[in-house]
Design a binder for this molecule. Structure first.
Ligand SMILES: Cc1ncc(COP(=O)(O)O)c(C=O)c1O
Length: 455
């Protein structure tokens, strides 16, 4: 017997429709080829739209960014008529703008019987997605959800339940884990937990410092040991960001992580690696693979570029019935896009020391380094690794860096700030689209804005 759905998805009219859609997309993308300023007669309408948004949401947008719905790889057209290089991509969430491959991969999902996939109803694509994630991670299980925060919440629930009655958590100073009440207890930023009750007791460990590799490693290990001694047998897990994202693109060598992870192992403390920002951007699919920490990880969270978010975990952290559940797993199109993106990353030369991520990331960092040599008083860095790239403009002065980010946006490049003291500018280029010439165009814009700043 043939399923009716097989007949539908093999109907030649669908293939024709897909081709027509892709042709129309390609035709209309042709004009999106480089930075373009806003069009004066569109600007006031958009200003009204943005003011309306701020009123309805109860807070303003950081950038006056309303997408027109059409882009071309690294470029996005906004409703004010401007075309900009998007080198932040919703903070690492998008593979590129209007990519034909993504449109094609999600085409059948548009016809899925339901818009969202969920708890009682799974589709073949969800089955494929969790199998793909468990296979590529080497972990045993995967539980999908709709946000990075929920993936992190589920990770915490799993480790606390498995390590009952341990109640405390360890994390790095300056870490970011998300914005639920529990995660705001972990995320090391006062403004993100102002007025909130503390849901979890967290003990912080200082991060690696490039200025003092040995000293910072021994200080981190000593601090960890002192927490473990102060609360004997009470820590369930330590949360790691192997490249600190919101914190300011700080990373460390493998030896730093191993020194801490060995101590954690010896004390039976679980290791959670938050890959929500790092996934897909370094020399391997997962940052824990890039740092060769596979043997240490117990629970890993993914999100952003995967389009649906997930908690990957070893069998001993399997939650008992009732602990994790929800209505939505993700949109049918998001799951299809996520599978496509992960497969592209695996198949298209992104990984390895000479893969696209490290090559293009180094190219971008080298250009920033050249700029820092030419303008040492206003450009510090570069920082980050792979396709997570940052630099410190204007000595990291928060007000000046924020203004720089807005001026850069106006000039046609979208990046974002990271960290607070110093504040940096970070870039997450679109993995599915970016080229050296895009990086050159972005660098020209960065240099132009810095020079204009005249500081
Ligand atoms: C490292 C890290 N963890 C967790 C999160 C939370 O993800 P979401 O914003 O999807 O809830 C983020 C988001 O920026 C992140 O960068």
């Amino acid at each position: 017997m043939t399923l009716h759905s097989s007949e539908l998805f093999n109907d030649p009219r669908l293939a024709q429709a897909r081709n027509l859609v892709l042709q129309a997309l390609s035709d209309h993308q042709k004009g999106i080829v480089g930075i373009r300023p806003a069009t004066p007669n569109l600007v006031s309408g958009v200003a009204d739209q943005i003011a309306q948004f701020a009123q309805d949401r109860g807070g303003p947008l950081y950038y006056p960014y309303i997408s027109s719905g059409l882009g071309n790889g690294a470029l996005i057209e906004l409703t004010d008529g401007s075309i900009k290089y998007d080198f932040i991509n919703g903070i690492g969430a998008h593979f590129g703008h209007s990519l034909p491959g993504v449109v094609s991969a999600t085409f059948d999902a548009l016809l899925a019987d339901t818009v969202m996939q969920g708890n009682l109803q799974q589709s073949s694509s969800t089955v494929d997605m969790i199998h793909l994630l468990t296979t590529v991670s080497g972990l045993d299980h995967c539980f999908l959800t709709t946000s990075g925060a929920m993936a992190a919440e589920n990770a915490l629930k799993m480790v606390f339940q498995a390590k009952m009655p341990r109640r405390r958590l360890l994390a790095f100073e300056g870490c970011f884990m998300g914005r639920t009440i529990a995660l705001a207890s972990v995320t090391d930023k006062a403004a993100y937990r102002e007025g909130l009750p503390i849901a979890i007791d967290v003990d912080y460990v200082p991060f690696f410092s490039e200025d003092d590799p040995e000293g910072s490693t021994s200080r981190a290990v000593a601090t960890l040991k002192s927490h473990l001694k102060r609360y004997v047998g009470d820590h369930a897990a330590m949360a790691f960001e192997l490249v600190q994202g919101e914190g300011g693109y700080y990373t460390a060598p493998r030896s730093f992580f191993v020194a801490l992870m060995d101590v954690l192992r010896a004390h039976d403390v679980a290791i959670i690696v938050d890959e929500i920002q790092t996934f897909g951007r370094l020399s391997r699919l997962f940052a824990f693979q890039h740092f060769e920490l596979d043997e240490y990880v117990d629970v890993v969270t993914v999100g952003k570029i995967t389009q649906v978010c997930g908690t990957l975990f070893r069998s001993k952290f399997k939650p008992r019935p009732g602990l994790v559940s929800q209505t939505f797993t993700g949109a049918s199109t998001a799951i299809a896009a996520g599978i496509y993106i992960i497969n592209q990353l695996i198949a298209c030369g992104y990984f390895g020391p000479h893969g696209l991520n490290m090559t293009l990331g180094t190219y971008f960092s080298d250009r920033l380094e050249e700029l820092s040599h030419r303008m040492p008083s206003v450009v510090g860095g570069p920082f980050g690794t792979g396709m997570m790239v940052a630099f410190t403009p204007f000595g990291g002065d928060a007000a000046k860096v924020k203004q720089f980010s807005l001026d850069l946006f106006e000039a046609g490049v979208i990046g974002f700030t990271a960290g607070s003291s110093p504040m940096r500018m970070r870039f997450l280029p679109p993995l599915g689209a970016v080229s050296q010439s895009d990086i050159d165009a972005v660098m020209a814009c960065i240099e132009g804005v810095i020079s204009k700043g005249g500081i």
